[in-house]
Design a binder for this molecule. Structure first.
Ligand code: NAP
Length: 336
């Protein structure tokens, strides 16, 4: 089979990154068309791909006969329509996380796949492809640490745009841990709570930051996650799994350890582009390989739905302040 011809919908920050990696790094794919509601952004995306077709209408791109598969990199609230349109057109689709911003919208995608009789959607939960998380999972699955009991995580970023809302701390930020820890522990979420306390002066008006999210799995593992998106000092992702017979910590990116002026110091990564650069490459290569084999190799629409159900419960918990139940319902046969 020749190159898979990919159309990219949404030419913002990660859209541009994915256009470059699909065109210049990934094997077996080429970008043939790009789309953005803002034509100037689409033109920049087209240039990054070496001069390809420009669309400002997502359905027109999806229906282009020179587009075999679609990548959706619009903001989360604008994922549902192009994902559904691609599924209905019978084209494989990779969408950035979250699949959609509510469980009800994700369920529509799941139902569209069930109606089509096949999985077509992969969700951009790229931490499953991160070398460090994979190493943690291997150790955990090896069994010599005993069963996991508690997971302590931080998800810190330097700052966020003024459009970032308190709810986005769940469905844009914590959504990574919601999916990744479910995969890491091979367990589903049962109940969740959010604790908000002292707020940083660096958050814009109306944004609760930081937030402590507690998630308990069906087997009783408790996750304590600090989401702090105006920490100012770096993009700082940490994860420590406390087990019966030891702990397993996620490796941090390595930088030189310098001794200077009577101090020992090292760097903290600055942003997600650099922190997870290798994971995005491996993730998109796996998506392309899967599409060529007629499969979804990575996180699927049901994973996206389960993450959204959990996110909805966390958003409810942000308002109620108490533990909220998480209920997914029966897994459809297509995803068993
Ligand atoms: P962004 O910089 O705002 O880019 C989104 C682009 O889509 C913008 O050019 C925007 O145009 C355009 N757009 C808005 N509505 C659209 C629509 N209905 N149809 C087509 N284009 C539309 O956002 P981003 O940071 O790239 O994030 C995009 C997605 O990637 C989000 O879902 C985000 O959660 C995800 N993401 C994932 C990771 C990860 O680590 N996996 C990292 C970053 C982002 P305007 O600017 O004119 O609105």
């Amino acid at each position: 089979m020749g190159n898979l011809r990919v159309g990219v919908i949404g030419c913002g920050a990660i859209g541009k990154e994915h256009i470059k990696r699909l065109q210049h790094k990934i094997q077996g794919a080429e970008v043939t068309a790009v789309m953005d509601v803002f034509e100037e952004s689409a033109k920049i995306g087209a240039e990054l791909a070496g001069g390809v077709k420009v669309y400002t209408d997502a359905v027109a791109l999806i229906n282009d006969p020179e587009v075999d598969a679609v990548v959706v990199t619009t903001p989360g609230f604008a994922h549902k329509d192009p994902v559904l349109a691609a599924v209905k057109a019978g084209k494989a689709v990779f969408t950035e996380k979250p699949l959609c911003t509510t469980a009800a919208d994700c369920r529509e995608v799941v139902d569209a796949e069930i109606a089509a009789g096949k999985q077509m959607v992969q969700v951009g939960f790229m931490r499953r492809y991160d070398r460090g998380y994979k190493q943690v999972k291997e150790l955990l699955d090896g069994g010599s640490f005993g069963k996991p009991l508690v997971v302590k995580c931080t998800h810190r970023a330097i700052d966020v745009a003024d459009s970032y809302t308190t709810e986005m701390a769940v469905n844009d930020t914590a959504i990574h841990e919601i999916d990744c820890l479910h995969w890491l522990l091979d367990d589903d979420w049962a109940k969740v709570q959010v604790i908000m306390g002292a707020n940083t002066k660096n958050a814009h008006e109306g944004l609760a930051d930081p937030q402590i999210m507690i998630m308990q799995s069906k087997s009783g593992v408790t996750v304590i996650l600090e989401v702090y998106v105006n920490c100012k000092f770096g993009y700082d992702i940490n994860c420590e799994v406390v087990c019966e017979d030891g702990t397993i910590g996620l490796p941090c990116p390595s930088f030189p350890i310098v001794r200077h002026d009577r101090k020992i110091s090292t760097d903290i990564e600055q942003n997600w582009i650099l922190r997870f650069i290798d994971s995005y490459d491996v993730e998109l290569q796996d998506w392309i390989d899967g599409v060529k084999d007629g499969k979804v190799n990575g996180p699927n629409a049901w994973d996206g739905y389960m993450a959204a159900v959990t996110a909805d419960a966390l958003v409810k918990a942000q308002k109620s302040g108490v533990m909220e139940e998480v209920a997914f319902g029966e897994t459809p046969d297509l995803y068993k």
